[in-house]
Design a protein around this ligand. Structure first.
Ligand code: NAD
Length: 275
């Protein structure tokens, strides 16, 4: 199965479907990422704060998959925002991952209270220029945070990785970012299991119509909007299920019905308030 790729605003490409490892136990990460790579995933989304970069690195090394066939993202944690601290943080992440370069490095949260995200963004530009990351982007940035870094740097972020699922579709933010060439990555694409997304009629109906699972319908809903998505699961069966989403297509009416579930329902932290 070939996962479609999307082109980022710096010309590099990214597999649109990947595997995220938030809350994957560090002791289990190597096994679970190995499962993901065997199932066919080639895009792994981790972060320094997840504490499992070493397990990701071990799975990659053991897989024998060529480095240029893999897409690896990690993220700068809040405590490391700054200039030298950001340089040191990526060096540590690369060491743990056993890589010379990541494909994408993100500022994990803006943390406006720290007032260091613009400085951190300029540090990420340097890290890209030194070849330690191919692309750079942000996560959990609102329009105001993006406007500030656009004004104070030379680089438009390649992506903004934001909470996004049918009940929290982020239309207003995406109407700002996507015309600027900033790709949307969805975190919590399945709502992190925190509300009864799979019990929604629009999703159940589409699943029945196509003979697929509700999770597969939700992943398709993301993919058909050019959103980059990396659902997480510890189970190999669900990893395989979530990867098996290229044999059907939601109709415009099905997409519209799922769009209708948006009610501004956030399951995670508000980036303006997160500390
Ligand atoms: P998710 O929406 O992917 O939900 C994961 C939950 O869904 C788990 O409880 C899992 O058991 C369940 N699930 C997965 N597949 C299923 C299936 N086929 N059927 C039924 N249930 C299924 O939430 P997430 O893990 O928070 O988000 C995905 C990734 O996004 C993370 O692993 C991480 O890489 C990234 N993320 C980033 C941030 C950020 O601040 N940038 C925050 C959270 C997550």
């Amino acid at each position: 199965m070939t996962v479609p790729t999307l082109t980022l605003n710096d010309g590099h490409t990214i597999p649109q479907l990947g595997f995220g490892v938030f809350k994957v136990d560090p002791a289990e990460t190597e096994r679970i990422v190995t499962d993901a790579l065997e199932v066919g995933y080639r895009h792994i989304d981790t972060a320094a704060v997840y504490g499992n970069e070493e397990g990701v690195g071990r799975a990659i090394a053991a897989s024998g998959i060529a480095r240029d066939e893999l897409f690896v993202t990690t993220k700068l944690w809040n405590a490391d925002q700054g200039t030298q601290s950001a340089y040191d943080a990526l060096a540590t992440s690369l060491d743990k991952l056993g890589l010379d370069q990541v494909d994408l490095y993100l500022i994990h949260w803006p943390r406006p209270d720290l007032d260091r995200y613009a400085q951190s963004w300029r540090a990420l530009e340097q890290l890209r220029d030194r070849g330690l990351t191919r692309s750079i982007g942000v996560s959990n940035f609102h329009r105001s945070h993006l406007e500030r870094i656009l004004a104070e740097s030379d680089t438009v972020p390649a992506v903004d990785q934001i909470e996004l699922h049918p009940a929290f579709a982020q239309r207003e933010l995406r109407a700002f970012t996507e015309p600027l060439g900033i790709r949307t990555e969805a975190w919590g694409p399945l709502g992190q299991g925190k509300y009864d997304l799979f019990g929604e009629q629009a999703i159940a109906d589409a699943a029945a119509a196509h003979g697929v699972t509700p999770a597969q319908v939700v992943i398709r809903w993301h993919l058909q909007q050019d959103i980059i998505v990396f659902p997480k699961s510890n189970s190999r069966a669900r990893l395989a299920e979530n990867f098996d989403v290229f044999g059907f297509e939601l109709s415009a009416a099905e997409m519209a019905a799922i769009d209708g579930l948006d009610r501004g329902h956030r399951v995670g932290s508000d980036p303006d308030l997160a500390t």
